[in-house]
Structures are given as C-alpha cells and as structure tokens.
Write a protein that binds this ligand. Structure first.
Ligand SMILES: [Ca+2]
Ligand SMILES: [Ca+2]
Ligand SMILES: [Ca+2]
Length: 458
C-alpha cells in the first residue's frame, strides 16, 4: 500500500489543479497507475541496491581520442605537480563517485575482518575497468573505531589489505559521515598517489569517493598565464581519459577532469555544470575564440597545448531561446541565445544543463530547466563535420510521473517531458516568478479520494 509519508516533487506548466490518480491495488507491495501499469512491485523491492548495481554494467569506454588533423604547432607545455585534494578542492567535484552499500556479502568476498560485526556493509568502487570490493563497519572491539578495507587485489580476502580508520566529519551534524584516506586502490603500491582516493561513508548507507591527489601547473596561452589542472576522475591511474557521452550525472562525467583558470583570478570557478572552468577532459579547450588541443601524458606529468584547427558542424535547436551547456569529447560549450544556429567542433555531445525560455500567447515568459545530465537523446548526440544536427526540444510537453519507494516513503516524481525526451525539473518560472504549487488527489480503485495535498516544488 501507499506509504503514510509523501515526498512530492512536481511540476505543473499551467498552474492549475492537477488530479493525479493513484490506483491503490489491494495486493500488498503493488502500486499501479491509472491504466493498471505496474509502477512498483514487491519483486522490485527485494532487489538490493547492490543487485541493481551488479546488473548495471558499465559501458566500455574508448581511450583518448586524438585527431592528428586537429593538432597544430605546440603553443604551451608544462610540468604538472601533485597536489593533495581536500574537501574544498572544487576540481575533484567532477571526479566524484557515489556508491550505495549493502549488508549482503557479495560472492567475490571470502571473509570479513575478525572485529567486524555480524552485519558490516559492503560496497563496490569502480577504479578504471576494475570493480574493487570493500567493507566498512564499526569495530566490535573496545576501540569502537570505524574501519574500511578494500580488496585491492581481488582475491576475496581483507587479511592481506591495509586497514583505514575513519575520522568523523564534524561539520556535518545531521548525518554521520566518516572520512578515510588517502585509501590506496591498488595492491602493494608504495607511491601512494596514483589511484589513491578519499572515501566518505555517510550513515553506513552510501559512500562518496574522490581522487586524493590531482596534478596542477601553469601555462601561457595567447600571452596570458593560466593555472591548469588534471584529475584522474575514472581512477584508472591515467590522466587523459576523454569524455564520452552520456554522462552519469551532472557531477559524474565518468572520465577524467580538466580545469583552466580562464578569468585570471587563479581559482577554478565551478559554476554551473558545463559552464565552468572545470570540465570533463576533452580533446580540445576553447580559450576566448581559439581552440587548443590538449595532450597529457598517461601519468599526468606533462601537458601540451597545440593550436587546433577543428572541423566544425552546426547545431540547431529549432530557433528556441536556450542557455545550453554541453560536455563533449571535442570541447565543452556554453551556447546562449535564440533563433541562432551554432558552429561547434565536430564531436560527440551531451547536454549537461538546459534552460529554455518560451513565450505564451499572452506574452508571458516561461522558463524551464533540466537538472539532470544525460536524459533522452539530448544526453548523447553527434555533430558531424559540415553537417547540421537538429535537436527538437521543448513543447509540446508530456507530463511524466515516476514513483519510487524509499523505506516508508513513496516518492512521486512529476516532470515535464519535452520533444527530445528531455525532462524539465520543478521550479518553472513565469516572468521570473515561481508558478503556484498545484494540488493533487489520490484516488483508490473505486474512485474514492483517499488523500489530497499540495505539491511542493523542489
Ligand atoms: Ca585482498
Ligand atoms: Ca583516468
Ligand atoms: Ca578563475
């Protein structure tokens, strides 16, 4: 049955009352929509996050792509030194990996440490193309320390591995977060920087991983100095993995990361995803109106910029007014305006953020936003040399609902789907003001109203 607590996330374009009928099916554990389609089943519930994780195999990714025709004379070269990353290192935010834990011991693991409780939690870290299994728990001995181990050599044993003791992060009072590291992801490594991570475990439920080190230096391009950095975001020990769409999320491009101080303040400005000085690693970077190809040695020790002469194609969004941020294997882009077609380097692209402004017949301006990367065909498309690529986006919209159960809560998602399958998030504005929250009703199988309320944005 539908749970007592409702977390509502909704969006309504017209700002009128919306009746959202949930036909509550008598069979426990089943929820269906008005057409009887099953939205959620008890079979699904039995899947642990770990099961789901195991089924979602990663796509193979191609290695660094270098187009010889793009590369001209060397414009700058620099040595990059190691820098230890910290909580405040914005650059590692594009090199984040989040994983859920499970209490079910995966078959790959043959033991738990002697001081582990009956139900420690297990997780998987993706390091390049390896799945590294790990365990974390509060020790049952009198120290009660919070510990973490990785099975770095994949032999199923922790007894041959290093033990890491967690430190409670005090600034996060509402959650219990412990930080570990630098944690080594490879067995028997003496130089603890390649593949080393910072791991944070929150409430024993999920882990966040960031590279513990990145590489940084300075170059002069067009007569101006620029601070630059590279991050081994996919944790394969190399620093030149180019972005391949679609992205896993707005902070998870699934490749390495690159940063360049474009405005000369010596800081890497994070800003909006795709519109910042920190971006997924790509073949080129745009500095003012010039493109430079980027070449980084596998170990990240040397970076070279060459003047690039990319081949261009055209991107057309049907004359709509947009503010578009794109990640690409070619070079990341921010495109703003209306009615125009953009000339962009040929390559593979994914939209990482999109703001769409539409005028209705009364002259009101509606602003819609997508807040997830990699949705629909916008998440993965190609611009070919000397060809036009058209993206049909925006209205007519379809209302798209989704339902998810999280403990006692039923989460109802309510998004607008545009023509390209792009999902616009809550928080639409009309003439700069947020639209009034619409209402909803929950109707059972016999048409009786069993609940009602008001959707809240956000
Ligand atoms: Ca081991
Ligand atoms: Ca890498
Ligand atoms: Ca800057």
């Amino acid at each position: 049955m539908v749970g007592k607590h409702w977390h509502i996330r909704c969006f309504c374009a017209v700002g009128v009352i919306v009746v959202f009928a949930v036909q509550a099916v008598a069979k426990a554990g089943n929820v269906a929509d008005g057409d009887g389609r099953k939205l959620y089943s008890s079979a699904h519930k039995r899947q642990t996050p770990y099961d789901i994780l195991r089924k979602t195999r990663r796509r193979p990714r191609t290695g660094a792509i270098q187009d010889a025709a793009e590369a001209g004379p060397v414009a700058a070269r620099a040595r990059l030194k190691y820098v230890r990353s910290a909580e405040s290192s914005l650059i590692t935010h594009l090199a984040m990996q989040q994983q859920k834990t499970t209490v079910v011991r995966p078959p790959e693991l043959r033991e738990a440490p002697a001081d582990a409780p009956a139900e420690p939690v297990y997780f998987v870290l993706e390091a390049g193309d390896r799945d590294v299994h790990g365990i974390t728990y509060r020790s049952t001995d009198r120290t009660k320390k919070v510990k973490l181990y990785l099975d770095t050599n994949g032999d199923g044993l922790f007894s041959d591995e290093r033990e890491y003791v967690g430190t409670r992060l005090s600034q996060l009072q509402t959650t219990m977060t412990y930080e570990f590291g630098p944690v080594l992801t490879r067995h028997g490594e003496s130089a603890p920087r390649e593949g080393a991570i910072r791991a944070q475990c929150t409430n024993g439920q999920w882990l966040m991983f960031h590279p513990a080190f990145y590489r940084e230096g300075r170059v002069v391009l067009n007569g101006r100095p620029h601070r630059i950095a590279v991050v081994d975001g996919d944790l394969d020990g190399k620093y030149n993995q180019v972005f391949v769409p679609p992205a896993k999320g707005v902070r998870e491009p699934g490749c390495d990361a690159f940063a360049i101080d474009l405005d000369g303040d010596s800081k890497f400005h994070a800003g909006h995803p795709g519109g910042s000085e920190i971006m997924p690693f790509s073949r080129m970077v745009k500095v003012n109106e010039d493109y430079y190809s980027i070449h980084v040695t596998d170990d990240g020790g040397i970076i070279e910029f060459r003047q690039a002469k990319p081949s261009f194609g055209e991107l057309d969004v049907g004359g709509r007014e947009v503010d578009l941020r794109l990640w690409s294997d070619a070079a990341h882009q921010r495109l703003r305006g209306s009615g125009s077609k953009w000339r962009v380097p040929a390559g593979k692209y994914g939209v990482v953020s999109l703001e769409l402004t539409e005028k209705d017949s009364a002259g009101n301006l509606w602003a819609f936003k997508i807040d997830k990367a990699g949705q629909g065909e916008l998440g993965d498309f190609e611009v070919r040399p000397d060809e036009a690529t058209s993206l049909r986006i925006g209205p007519p919209f379809r209302v798209k609902t989704s339902m998810d159960r999280s403990g006692p809560n039923v989460l109802i998602g309510f998004d607008l789907e545009g023509q390209a399958g792009e999902l616009y998030a809550p928080g639409a504005k009309v003439n700069g003001k947020t639209v009034r929250e619409p209402e909803f009703k929950i109707i059972d199988g016999s048409g009786r109203t069993v609940g009602s309320g008001r959707f809240k944005y956000g």
